[in-house]
Design a protein around this ligand. Structure first.
Ligand code: UDP
Length: 242
């Protein structure tokens, strides 16, 4: 596994097996550890938002999600060889965890979604224990109690699906309170696990069109996605300056 710098962020570039093994080895550390899976939109946002940038840089694993980053890294002359969508990373970890009877806590999405996702994952991975679920629209007065609830649940893995930058900031803020736990920021993954949103078929993913499939399901994302060429433009500008 190598480290490759892209827009000031040091990505972990490795094949899925290496990444999964590394992630599993982090469970049980004496502090909470966390993985981030920034897509081009998050990387662009981090260029303007120092708090988000710091939360990304402090992560224990930084995985490139999105074909736009692979293209941008080639333009920059420091290519990323692997792309690991957060959701594939999650499936890999769940499979391994289920084999040893491990447990996961699901945090985020609209009320009811995390619970439904838990039921579906439990069926798909019979050895897995769903340690608990909590929707992502908690009042700020309840937020402080959450780490304690997660700790008490005995979860080894925590999916933090609050959208960006909320999820990255949340993981950085609470990592010290969650020793032993591996957290992963996974955006809209619970909507997919629950079946509320469908994932792109394999052949769409292979040719790098997962974003288009998602756009067709959620047209309200258009405004966000139109910004994607921006990362390629940013890479060209940076390359031109050097
Ligand atoms: N979300 C949440 N709490 C919030 C804001 C968002 O739980 O305060 C959830 C939202 O319901 C959705 C996910 O976070 O399930 C964000 O999904 P989005 O599509 O924005 O993330 P992406 O996959 O693009 O990173």
């Amino acid at each position: 596994m190598t480290k490759t710098e892209c827009f000031g962020i040091l990505f972990d570039d490795g094949d899925p097996d290496e990444i999964t093994a590394k992630a599993l080895s982090l469970i049980g550390s004496d502090r909470g550890v966390y993985a981030v899976t920034p897509n081009p939109e998050i990387v662009l946002a981090a260029r303007k938002d120092p708090e988000l940038r710091d939360a990304l840089r402090s992560a224990d694993l930084i995985l490139p999600d999105g074909v736009g980053l692979v293209w941008a890294s080639k333009i920059l002359g420091r290519p990323l060889y692997h792309r690991l969508p957060g959701i594939d990373f999650a499936y890999g970890l769940l499979k391994e965890l289920a084999e040893r009877g491990g447990s996961v806590f699901l945090l985020g999405a609209s009320p009811g979604v995390a619970q439904l996702a838990g039921e579906k994952l439990q069926r798909a991975y019979p050895g897995l224990r769903i340690a608990g679920t909590q929707h992502g629209y908690f009042a700020s007065r309840d937020e402080a109690a959450l780490p304690e609830e997660i700790r008490q649940s005995g979860a080894e893995l925590l999916f933090v699906c609050l959208g960006s930058p909320k999820q990255e900031l949340w993981m950085k803020q609470y990592s010290a309170e969650l020793p032993g736990v591996l957290m992963i920021g996974l955006g809209g993954a619970l909507d997919v696990f629950s079946g509320r949103l469908r994932r792109a078929p394999q052949h769409w993913r292979k040719i790098g069109l997962e974003w288009l499939y998602r756009l067709l399901q959620e047209p309200k994302r258009f405004k966000r996605m139109i910004r994607l060429p921006e990362i390629l433009w940013a890479a060209m500008t940076e390359k031109g300056r050097k």
